[in-house]
Design a protein around this ligand. Structure first.
Ligand code: AMP
Length: 433
């Protein structure tokens, strides 16, 4: 019997025809993310991949799709209802409150990387397990922080050399603005109620703003002329939004204000934003986020505002592959040892061990039949160099060391072989840092 991976999942593999699933590419993305986070002074937070279901229904909101329709819920052996996390923010707020982190810093700046789970219809760019990189800032209401996280997200894409992206931005206002707007929106939608999609009919009561976000073509037509939320912003929300746009303009960051952008989660207020790419097909959103003023309080924590974003690592890697951006070469093994003969093999095993102990990535071919074949294999696995050790060379105490990239070949003597290889490796590391 052959087992198959459940629908909507994928493997991340050391080698694969599907380039975006190659683990060394994921490592590169993770490396860039971690350095970027350090540059902006964000510290890593890791929370469990499952929590009590209640946290998500209360935190993310019952009317959001990811809780209402897409939650992976199960009963544990004590019949407690648990769910795989569909997003990161609710768990981070829980951890923040539970571990009393409040006193530790003036402002809390976290980043996270990890898998999220959503029972959605799988398609290109949409999976039942996907990975997100996200940040959250807690305890800072000022507009400069909204600016900082937008800049951070765009800087990630810049460091990855992604092109043709669009920043969409909107304000969904504070509670007061939204209440006023909801009334106006419901009044506008009422005559069209019977023509709305089933989902939107449900949202009419529970969360009418989400109707603006509907992907249903008929709904899109209906909301085309709906009133704009930007006309209903309270004084405070309007100033906050205007100040943010002014900062973006000063920084020469291009954006498009889209009054229909409300995003899928219930907890946002004031600024929301999204980065999209036309190169991604139907699932065009690379990442997005916004401000949440009441989430922490709703979860039993202090009355502090937060702001954050999450972006999808699968889509980022898919776009990187599509746009043919630079990926560093996998830099191991640095030495591929090819022993030609029994004595040479025994010597090579111990040399391999010693090189590894000196932190030099090394592999040994344990079954050499023909030199040509061994060389071809070394190229295939992307080894940087080969070291050929024959019984005869062992006696002469001279080995041939070949750089597979430059094809440059030289003789190394047994005496200083380790030092020579170490020197070469240090140089190589400098070039491939
Ligand atoms: P969201 O929490 O829905 O705003 O998602 C944040 C980002 O995660 C999106 O912009 C996507 O890039 C990515 N994402 C969300 N859901 C999925 C999914 N089912 N499969 C792959 N990526 C996803």
């Amino acid at each position: 019997m052959q087992y198959q991976i459940p629908k909507g999942l994928f493997d991340i593999l050391p080698y694969s025809k599907e380039e975006w699933t190659i683990s060394s590419k994921w490592h590169y993305l993770e490396k860039i993310i971690k350095k970027l986070s350090i540059d902006y002074n964000y510290e890593e937070i890791r929370t469990p991949i499952f929590e009590k279901t209640e946290l998500f229904t209360r935190g993310v909101g019952e009317s959001s799709d990811i809780v209402h329709k897409e939650l992976y819920t199960f009963l544990d052996k004590a019949k407690r209802e648990m769910s795989l996390r569909p997003e990161g923010t609710a768990s981070i707020m829980r951890a923040f409150i539970e571990n009393s982190l409040l006193q530790e810093r003036k402002t809390h700046k976290f980043f996270y990387i990890g898998p999220m789970f959503r029972y959605d219809r799988p398609q290109a760019g949409r999976y039942r397990q996907h990975h997100q990189f996200g940040v959250e800032v807690i305890g800072e209401k000022c507009v400069e922080i909204d600016f900082e996280i937008i800049d951070l997200l765009l800087n990630l894409f810049k460091r990855l050399e992604l092109k043709n992206l669009k920043l969409l931005i909107n304000s969904v206002g504070d509670l007061e603005s939204r209440e006023n707007y909801k009334n106006a929106l419901l009044k506008y939608l009422k005559p069209y109620f019977n023509n709305l999609s089933e989902d939107s009919k449900m949202r009419f009561e529970s969360n009418p703003l989400r109707i603006l976000d509907s992907k249903d073509l008929n709904d899109i037509k209906i909301v085309e002329n709906a009133p704009s939320i930007l006309e209903f912003l309270s004084e405070g929300s309007k100033t906050h939004f205007d100040n943010l746009l002014a900062l973006l303009k000063k920084a020469k960051i291009e954006f498009e204000v889209n009054p229909k952008l409300v995003r899928g989660l219930d907890y946002y207020d004031d600024v929301v934003f999204e980065v999209v790419s036309n190169d991604l097909g139907a699932q065009s959103s690379l990442g997005g986020g916004g401000r949440y003023g009441t989430l922490l309080k709703n979860l039993g924590g202090p009355n502090l505002s937060g702001v954050g974003f999450a972006c999808g690592m699968e889509r980022i890697l898919q776009l990187m592959v599509k746009q043919n951006v630079f990926f560093p070469k996998k830099n191991y093994p640095f030495v591929y040892i090819i022993p030609m003969g029994e004595k040479a093999k025994e010597y090579s095993i111990f040399l391999t061990r010693e090189l590894r102990n000196h932190f030099i990535p090394t592999e040994i071919d344990l079954h050499v039949s023909k030199l040509q074949k061994a060389l071809a294999y070394a190229s295939k696995i992307e080894a940087a160099n080969v070291l050929i050790i024959g019984d005869e060379e062992l006696e002469k105490q001279k080995f041939s060391f070949k750089n597979l990239e430059t094809r440059n070949q030289e003789e190394l003597s047994l005496e200083n072989i380790k030092i020579e290889i170490q020197k070469k490796y240090l140089k190589y590391k400098e070039r491939h840092a």
